[in-house]
Design a protein around this ligand. Sequence first.
Ligand SMILES: NC(=O)c1ccc[n+]([C@@H]2O[C@H](COP(=O)([O-])OP(=O)(O)OC[C@H]3O[C@@H](n4cnc5c(N)ncnc54)[C@H](OP(=O)(O)O)[C@@H]3O)[C@@H](O)[C@H]2O)c1
Length: 361
Amino acid sequence: MSTQPKRVLVLGGTVYLSQTIARLAVERGHRVTVAARGTSGEPPAGAEFTAIDRSVPGGVDALRGKEFDAVFDVARIPAHVTPVLDALADRAGHWSFVSTISVYKHFHVVSDELHDPTAPDSTDPAIEVYGASKVACENLVRERLGDKALITRPGLIVGPGDRNDRLGYWPLRMAEGGEILAPAPRERLLQWIDVEDYATWLLDAADAGTSGTLDAIGHPIGMGAFLDGVGAALQEQGVIDAPPQLTWVPQEFLLEHGVNMWAGPDSLGMWVTTPEYDGHGSRPAGPAIAAGLRLSPLADTVARWWAANAAAPRLKAGLSRVKEGEVLAAFHGREPDPGLARLDRERRFAVPAPETPDYEG
Ligand SMILES: NC(=O)c1ccc[n+]([C@@H]2O[C@H](COP(=O)([O-])OP(=O)(O)OC[C@H]3O[C@@H](n4cnc5c(N)ncnc54)[C@H](OP(=O)(O)O)[C@@H]3O)[C@@H](O)[C@H]2O)c1
């Protein structure tokens, strides 16, 4: 989409999604300001940095009186939202707030029932109130900006820069070859949104003046189609020369043998259990697509991820080779392969503790 240069403010802009929004806005020729503490990462080249700290009184004074055509915010704490609204809302052309599908009260069914919001001045960073805090943040933005506000609720965001990187285990593990543990059933639905697709859409939506509240998520696909797609993408890239050798193991067996869902150590990335999360991977993508979201093919998402990570891979979710080998051996009723410890030592990547909530998204 061709756009006129605009004054764009990204509240955040030093990591992952907000950094991608800022980078793409610079690439579109906008005048981009990134406002953050500057402790988490770097603003993209070409963006101007304004130091703010939303957690202290007067911490956003540097923004007061400024004017922006489009503002993007990723805040998680309600008390961080009001000061920026006070400073900027009256003169902002469009306000895009990034929420989360964790605002929905239920994960076992697809339902639009929300958590009760926390207090609008809550400063509680606890993961237990993440969804309720985002509901409160959404309400503050909606009340102040009305039809200038677009609130989007992403599910799992995947792509380069993801600090939990639930996607990355699969291409990295497939690149190693051998028998690969996969969570049955193949039909288990999952969803994601590519960070680049999401940021592109938010910029387009600001240009179009889109308002309202929308989920930001791709179409549900089965775990089988997903893993086949990752394998096919790696074959296309020349990373592997044959389809990955997947062994599908039922959920009960995985849980009994200490395999975790979703993220972090001893997990199978992106896998969630049934029936507790049956609504988690099957929210409708149609409304966001009707509002302009364009979804990359999985092959492109994997290719971008691989290009960004292959040179220095960092495994942030997934199983060690020893753990995977033990589970597969138990499943087949045979002894584990003692050589797997060597493969773990040779891995160029390690599983650190997750830095942000395991189950975010
Ligand atoms: N990752 C997922 O799969 C997922 C899924 C669903 C929803 N979400 C939502 O998507 C968004 C992701 O945003 P993101 O990728 O940009 O990561 P993020 O970790 O939410 O980024 C927070 C940004 O805000 C800044 N910040 C934090 N505390 C601040 C403070 N006190 N004052 C000023 N700035 C502060 C940080 O920079 P400094 O630390 O440098 O200040 C950083 O740039 C979030 O809204 C998250 O809730 C994520």
